[in-house]
Design a protein around this ligand. Structure first.
Ligand SMILES: Nc1ncnc2c1ncn2[C@@H]1O[C@H](COP(=O)(O)OP(=O)(O)OP(=O)(O)O)[C@@H](O)[C@H]1O
Length: 464
């Protein structure tokens, strides 16, 4: 070889070494058998071993020894073509590596050139980013939920209420009929309002009607409206019904269990056809509002007794939500008690607080009237307490059985009155005697009867 040519080869060789050593990625060269012949400097860092431990060694051997998870050199030989893989190295790096075969004239692999890029950081950044994005999304949802909850000041410390609130958010923008169930004062009206206020219908009207409090004929015209001169006494201009007035808003049919049977069938037609015709009218219009119904009655019982149409029950029972009694979710009690106290302190410009004993007394009570009763009780406590601290005695005064205006009892069906009396008696017996055995002794009935009745009334019983 001429001197000149030799110099040129030497130069080229030095250039190649410089390229290998200054390149960002690690470059390895192996022969057709997969034995490493050359490495760039950065390989040492990437593979966690000096050049001397790699040069002259077979990639198959190194793969076996766990030097890298899968060797791209071996893969190139196995597949006889260019391969790109992600590799884990002994230095715990994640490496993106491409192996390119160089074929000789006989189409046999003569060399394999591998170029690796350390993507440990990139991968970590990508997974960090994904985690942050998930966290961000979660926080956004929580914040949204909390802002909405804050706006409505909803008690949702108990797991039962938490899942109800989640469900309410889930169905807020679905048009399905919601049926809210639960004892009086548990917050059915409150929840109906909340569903509306977190839905896209929030800027439309929320129209509520108590189906049990209005005489039948009036209820019909309130619900469906009437044309002018539809009946004697009808207004000259006619009147829009609630479904019409609500437009794209929400109609809340409270105490649906008290709706007269004749109107139940008319309501069923409205729900089936999504159309309403005013009384005395000839044309009908589309019902676009969302419908929420509520009752504190056992609708299934009413259906059994023929007081509620079965078909209407199934029509309404699409998304039934039972709001538990306050005594079944005592976690919400302190939140509510403090919230009402704060509200009243602001209203009356006071700074009242509960004593520790008072809080205990609040927890011991069973609240047959639920949140409404708690709210009224706290107002009475605030008004009747002279100092700044509300004491337990004041609570006992209020919760003492039968003291609430028994002289002015409203006239109700005997069966209902007996049930109410039984409930009150059991509640106060449990408050006083705590265990079913002692309650049974005091009421002079069997313990098993007490257990059965307590279960029926969903009383919280601690048999210590
Ligand atoms: N989760 C809640 N957070 C805060 N206040 C509540 C909550 N639920 C109900 N309330 C309050 O409790 C009171 C009673 O609620 P609401 O009238 O909605 O009960 P209800 O179940 O509809 O009663 P009824 O069956 O007698 O009509 C209301 O003053 C309401 O604002």
């Amino acid at each position: 070889m001429e001197n000149n040519q030799l110099e040129l080869y030497k130069d080229a060789f030095e250039d190649l070494n410089s390229i290998l050593d200054t390149s960002f990625g690690a470059i390895t060269i192996a022969d057709g058998e997969g034995v490493f012949t050359r490495l760039s400097k950065s390989c040492e860092k990437m593979f966690g071993a000096p050049e001397t431990e790699i040069i002259g060694k077979s990639a198959f051997l190194l793969e076996k020894q766990g030097f890298f998870s899968t060797s791209v050199t071996c893969e190139v030989i196995r597949r006889n073509k260019r391969v790109t893989i992600i590799q884990k190295t002994a230095a715990n790096k994640t490496v993106l590596v491409t192996g390119t075969p160089i074929f000789n004239k006989e189409k046999k692999i003569e060399k394999i050139i591998n170029i690796s890029k350390d993507i440990t950081e990139t991968k970590k950044l990508a997974s960090d980013l994904k985690r942050l994005q998930t966290e961000h999304e979660w926080l956004k949802q929580e914040l949204l939920k909390r802002t909405r909850l804050e706006r409505g000041k909803v008690a949702s410390e108990s797991p039962e209420m938490k899942s109800i609130i989640d469900l309410i958010h889930h169905i807020a923008n679905m048009d399905a009929i919601v049926l809210l169930l639960g004892e009086t004062g548990v917050g059915k009206g409150f929840m109906a309002n909340m569903i509306h206020s977190i839905s896209d219908r929030k800027d439309m009207p929320f129209i509520s009607i108590n189906c049990g409090a209005i005489p039948e004929s009036l209820l019909e015209s309130e619900l469906f409206g009437y044309e002018k001169g539809a009946f004697t006494g009808a207004s000259k201009e006619g009147k829009k019904g609630l479904f019409e007035t609500a437009g794209n808003g929400t109609v809340f049919l409270d105490e649906i269990g008290d709706m007269p049977l004749s109107l139940q069938v008319k309501l069923l037609h409205v729900l089936d056809d999504r159309k309403v015709r005013r009384i005395g009218g000839s044309s009908s219009f589309k019902v676009k509002c969302r419908i929420i119904a509520a009752t504190n009655k056992e609708l299934k019982e009413l259906v059994k007794n023929g007081e509620f149409r079965e078909d209407l029950f199934y029509r309404l029972n699409v998304v039934p939500i039972t709001i538990p009694a306050l005594r079944e979710r005592k976690e919400d009690l302190l939140f509510l008690a403090n919230m009402f106290l704060d509200k009243l302190n602001t209203k009356y410009k006071m700074k009242k607080i509960f004593s520790e004993e008072a809080i205990k007394a609040l927890f011991d009570y069973q609240y047959p009237g639920n949140i409404r009763e708690l709210e009224n009780m706290i107002e009475r406590l605030v008004i009747n307490t002279m100092g700044d601290t509300i004491e337990a005695e004041k609570i006992y005064e209020i919760t003492e059985p039968f003291q609430s205006n028994s002289d002015h009892q409203e006239i109700i069906p005997l069966k209902e009155a007996v049930e109410q009396l039984e409930r009150k008696l059991l509640l106060s017996a449990f408050q006083k005697y705590k265990t079913t055995r002692r309650v049974a002794k005091a009421l002079k009935i069997d313990q098993s009867t007490v257990v059965k009745k307590a279960k029926k009334l969903k009383l919280e019983v601690h048999d210590r």
